[in-house]
Design a protein around this ligand. Structure first.
Ligand SMILES: *Cc1c(COP(=O)(O)O)cnc(C)c1O
Length: 232
């Protein structure tokens, strides 16, 4: 099936699951994760109901994002950010960086923004809820202290949390990851930490977005469903 049909099917499924829990699709931001996809494929998505795009590698973003200028509403950076790539990422003006998981990277980002007189950068804190060693993200029990630490950096604004659910066919295990992030989100929100605005819960991908929405996701990041299987 083609990209326009995939997007339509996806939106139907989002409509169904949101209505089930008493929400509207407008309350869930849909980010099309366009890694490995060509500029033409991304344009096709942008002409068919997508306005937010996400990439996970700085080098790839640098090649594609400028070519799509004025065609998308927001560019989100969802992948692991190495501190030596900050200077290449920032000219692409990411609406949000979903993947901050270390104070050292946050500090370098803050410094870069100050030095270059850029606007305050919205970020999410990535949490490793699956316990898988191969995944990035701060440990759940270290999240609050990391949030407090990063909240001191004046050029960053924490807007919420992000996770990648466990890679599993067991729905209960996946749901447990999302419940954990959701619960951390509420805990942090109730602390009313200054310079922290707990607004976004970024969780859910092609195989688990419905579970994520049921558990409170208000940003989902979808690649395969929209563009088809990736060939690396
Ligand atoms: C690739 C990727 C996605 C999308 O994954 P799909 O399973 O293709 O929907 C979402 N989030 C991140 C961080 C990714 O790297």
């Amino acid at each position: 099936m083609g990209i326009p049909e995939n997007i339509q099917n996806l939106k139907n499924r989002i409509e169904k699951v949101t209505s089930k829990i008493g929400k509207t699709p407008a309350e869930v931001k849909l980010i099309a994760v366009s890694k490995t996809r060509t500029v033409e494929e991304i344009e096709r998505a942008l002409e068919n109901g997508i306005d937010l795009i996400g990439e996970n590698k700085v080098q790839e973003s640098e090649k594609k994002i400028p070519k799509l200028k004025d065609k998308y509403r927001e560019f989100h950076f969802v992948g692991h950010l190495q501190s030596n790539k900050i200077k290449k990422l920032m000219p692409l003006k990411p609406a949000m960086i979903h993947s901050i998981d270390k104070f050292s990277t946050a500090k370098k980002l803050d410094k870069f923004i100050k030095k270059n007189n850029l606007a305050k950068q919205k970020i999410l804190i990535e949490v490793n809820t699956s316990g898988e060693k191969t995944k990035f993200g701060t440990k759940p029990d270290q999240t609050i202290s990391l949030v407090k630490q990063i909240s001191q950096l004046p050029n960053l604004k924490i807007m919420g949390l992000m996770t990648i659910g466990i890679f599993s066919s067991d729905e209960d295990k996946i749901r447990k990851c999302f419940k954990q992030l959701s619960s951390l989100f509420t805990t942090i929100k109730n602390k009313n930490i200054s310079n922290v605005q707990m607004q976004y819960l970024s969780m859910g991908m092609t195989n688990d977005f419905e579970i994520a929405i049921e558990e409170g996701a208000n940003i989902i990041r979808i690649g395969t469903y929209i563009f088809g299987q990736r060939n690396y």
